[in-house]
Ligand binder design. Structure first.
Ligand code: PFF
Length: 437
């Protein structure tokens, strides 16, 4: 006998858990340098425009599907329509099981850097490369990160995900504020602020639009059914669009806050803002080693990064666990332990591909890069297109009726959302996917 489905205890419950999912490594290490490379303020304006139109539409589409069906992705499509549509749910689960292992490997690096900061070795020359290529050491941290993720998910929606996000997300805000104040008050910080915020429209090209769109989808966690799953725990007396706007708004605010931590510090120390992933794990530790109280700020920074990564990883694991529960009647306990363990194993080759297995490549990509490419360039946008089309053409007009509390008439702007889902968003994403090749 299946147990009654849990639901978020409060309106804030969904917002805080979904924001926890959205705010992650994508906001903190990726957004600042992508914005920096693509015209600073101009990129931010473009990014916000995309997030609040196309991004918001797909977010709302997923949330509506989940709430209406009260099921995880595959079961949700089966319940609402059946036919070939549940395939979209399976794509979401596949995406989750490909993303989580490599996300957890990077989550492990953030834990490793907490340890290295305390030990005073985070800023050693070549230390980052030596750490990630070490072999078993990053695997150990990847295991710890996966174990932390599973510990939250196993405790369920209210006692696990909702409770932990409620503690961790406000903690994240405090950590970020302390770091922003530290960073913008460094001498020379204004150059970084100017680089980040002043718009340079001459740098905006088709490629910029494509960069903004793929960053937007990854950042607000759409395309793999996280918001279908989280939406399935929203009770029928709630209205959805306000919650969606909150999450999308919070996610963008965190991205901008991350830029205000990283870029002023980088410029104050005359470093290269487009160093990519190395910015976080190489450049920043060097900066921390040169400022008074650097160990403290370094510790706060990597703690912040691990917290952000953890609340995102939780949501990805939940997709798989909810799927096993809804489709195969597997208990949360069993589902979490097995999925966590198997995905830990899947992450091992991804981790080794930075060291002993670096030479194993396919199409010129390492195992890690292949997983990243397959999930974020193919499955995620593909899933997003499918979900948008489903709402625009198949689930319409019931989708509109599902936006507000049960029995309430749909909002007047619902038709705009419909055309966004039916035509504009799928066309744009397809164009970006093709551009990605
Ligand atoms: N949104 C997360 C980030 O910005 O790091 C990553 C992510 C989580 C992507 C969940 C997709 C997802 F379904």
């Amino acid at each position: 006998m299946a147990q009654a489905r849990e639901s978020w205890k409060s309106r804030g419950g969904f917002i805080i858990a979904a924001a926890g999912s959205a705010v992650g490594l994508g906001n903190i290490w990726r957004f600042p340098y992508v914005a920096g490379e693509n015209g600073g303020g101009a990129f931010i304006i473009l990014y916000l425009a995309i997030v609040f139109t196309v991004g918001f539409s797909i977010f709302l589409a997923e949330q509506t599907i989940g709430r209406a069906a009260q099921r995880s992705p595959a079961a949700a499509f089966r319940r609402l329509k059946g036919g070939v549509w549940p395939i979209l749910g399976y794509i979401g689960v596949l995406c989750a099981v490909v993303i989580l292992p490599f996300y957890s490997v990077i989550g492990g690096w953030t834990l490793g850097f907490i340890w290295k900061t305390v030990a005073g070795t985070a800023s050693d020359a070549g230390g980052f490369g030596a750490f990630i290529s070490h072999g078993w050491l990053p695997i150990l941290f990847h295991g710890l990160f996966m174990a932390a993720t599973a510990t939250v998910v196993i405790a369920g929606i209210n006692q696990g995900i909702e409770r932990w996000c409620r503690i961790l997300l406000p903690g994240l805000v405090i950590l970020m504020f302390v770091l922003i104040i530290r960073s913008v008050s460094l001498s020379g910080a204004e150059k970084g602020i100017a680089f980040f915020l002043s718009p340079d429209f001459s740098k905006v090209t088709m490629l910029t639009v494509q960069a903004a769109l793929s960053q937007a989808f990854f950042s607000i966690s759409v395309g793999m059914g996280v918001m279908i799953t989280y939406g399935s725990y929203i009770s029928r007396d709630r209205s959805l669009p306000g919650d969606a706007a909150w999450v999308v708004g919070l996610d963008s605010s965190f991205a901008i806050m991350a830029g205000l931590i990283i870029l002023p510090a980088v410029f104050a120390f005359g470093q290269n803002p487009s160093a990519g992933p190395a910015l976080t794990f190489v450049t920043l530790p060097q900066i921390f080693s040169q400022i008074p109280g650097g160990i403290f700020f370094g510790l706060l920074f990597f703690l912040m990064l691990s917290v952000a990564a953890l609340t995102s990883a939780i949501s990805i694991l939940e997709v798989a666990v909810a799927h096993l529960g809804d489709e195969h009647n597997v208990s949360r306990h069993k589902g979490t332990i097995w999925t966590g363990f198997v995905l830990f194993l899947v992450g091992i080759p991804a981790s080794l591909s930075f060291g002993p297995w670096a030479d194993i490549t396919l199409f010129g990509m390492t195992i890690f890069d292949l997983m990243d490419f397959f999930a974020t360039k193919l499955l995620l946008p593909g899933g997003a297109i499918g979900m948008a089309l489903f709402v625009g053409w198949v689930f319409w007009p019931d989708a509109a009726k599902s936006l507000y509390a049960e029995g309430e008439a749909p909002p007047r702007w619902a038709f705009v959302w419909r055309w966004m889902c039916a035509i504009i968003a799928p066309a744009l994403i397809l164009w970006v996917m093709i551009g990605g090749f």
